[in-house]
Design a protein around this ligand. Structure first.
Ligand SMILES: [Cu+2]
Length: 392
């Protein structure tokens, strides 16, 4: 009874929200049509820290040159910005729809792209990517977004799992210190990106505001031994690759589509050592992989593995088999599944391999028995490698 009432209430709220959203969408459309270049900046919370210089920009978002002179001490320091690849909720394993409450927090922090290279990240819940959200097909999701009072900007959320204006952005644009709530029905199963779309959306994504939401199909997904959560992203720093110290965001490099860093899970080295992925010979693995972009398409590959199954572009209905490399569009995702058959370190990459040098790599470490019939050879790789170096 109570549940029914809540659902009714949320649907009523939805229709009321929809009316309001439609009205404001129409208003927004009219104002954008009238002033295509001058989207409303005064409603954005910029703390007056931006350069007055403007970039030529014909998009509907903010067009100021994003060049903030921030005081690092005003922001929380986070030691490790990266979301652990193993940090995601377990399969839902339920037979009925539910009302799912999700709380997210837009939080700007200072953390490290690489040792001694600091960056002003904008996040959901202080990690990049943000939390892995997991709901079931036809669940009613009540998502509240709080924007921390220390934020330099307004933030919001667009979930690609949502049907409606802005994927939720139209009702979640939140000023620092405020909270907004979006209620939606997760009608379509699949793995979807979510991201902030406030102000200049590309800037908010590039700074770290993205994550994945899985809408499990009613029948669930096949059982596996390990699931992992990985997102590729790009960082546009003023200083070139490897330049030490605090690095500001460069609007110009983003417009030019020249990221200095291309990384998995927020920073260089996130999926290595303490962050590496682990498995035993015989384990079945599933990876949920998203590409935040904002400009590059990812050619996802694991060196020395073949994906038994790929769900192309994360459509969960019909996997394809025995795939080497799969494309992940900017703002898209994929799901890959495979069994690990032989021990060793398997390197995750974007096979546009120059990007590994910009940070896009990680390790899947597999332990267990060797199988000579599968793979055999003199594998003393490190000695060969040293000999090779001595020759030069
Ligand atoms: Cu934002």
């Amino acid at each position: 009874m109570k549940t029914n009432r809540i659902i009714k209430k949320s649907l009523m709220n939805n229709s009321r929200i929809n009316n309001i959203v439609n009205f404001f969408s129409a208003l927004l459309f009219i104002s954008l049509a009238a002033f295509p270049v001058h989207a409303n900046e005064s409603s954005q919370h910029h703390s007056g820290k931006h350069s007055s210089k403007k970039l030529t920009n014909f998009g509907p978002g903010d067009h100021y040159q994003h060049n903030m002179a921030i005081n690092l001490s005003e922001y929380k320091k986070v030691k490790n910005i990266s979301k652990l690849a193993s940090d995601l909720p377990k399969p839902l394993n339920r037979k009925q729809s539910e009302i799912v409450e999700i709380k997210l927090e837009a939080f700007e922090v200072i953390s490290k792209i690489a040792p001694n290279i600091l960056y002003h990240y904008w996040t959901f819940n202080k990690t990049v990517p943000g939390p892995f959200l997991r709901v079931r097909e036809n669940d009613t999701v009540v998502l509240s977004l709080h924007n921390d009072k220390s934020s330099s900007h307004s933030h919001g959320i667009d979930l690609h799992a949502v049907t409606g204006p802005g994927g939720g952005m139209a009702v979640t644009k939140t000023e620092p210190g405020d909270t907004k709530t979006l209620t939606f029905n997760a009608t379509a199963p699949g793995l979807f990106i979510y991201h902030c779309a406030a102000g200049n959306p590309a800037t908010h994504i590039a700074n770290g505001m993205y994550g994945l939401i899985l809408v499990e199909p009613k029948q669930g997904l096949p059982k596996v031994d390990h699931e992992y959560y990985i997102m590729q992203g790009e960082l546009y720093t003023h200083g070139r690759l490897g330049k030490k110290g605090y690095q500001k965001f460069s609007s110009q490099k983003m417009l030019d589509e020249h990221p200095e860093y291309i990384v998995f899970n927020g920073r260089t080295g996130a999926l290595v050592k303490d962050g590496q992925l682990n498995a035993k010979v015989g384990d079945k693995i599933r990876m949920f992989i998203g590409n935040a972009g904002v400009t590059k398409v990812s050619s996802f590959h694991i060196i020395g593995e073949i994906f038994d199954r790929v769900y192309p572009e994360a459509g969960l209905s019909s996997p394809i088999k025995n795939i080497q490399t799969t494309l992940i569009p900017a703002g898209g995702a994929t799901v890959v599944e495979f069994k690990v058959d032989y021990p060793g370190d398997y390197v995750l990459v974007d096979h546009a391999l120059a990007r590994a040098d910009r940070g896009a790599w990680g390790i899947l470490h597999v332990t267990g028995e060797k199988n000579d019939s599968l793979y055999f050879g003199d594998s003393d790789f490190s000695d060969d490698d040293n000999a090779h170096h001595k020759e030069h």
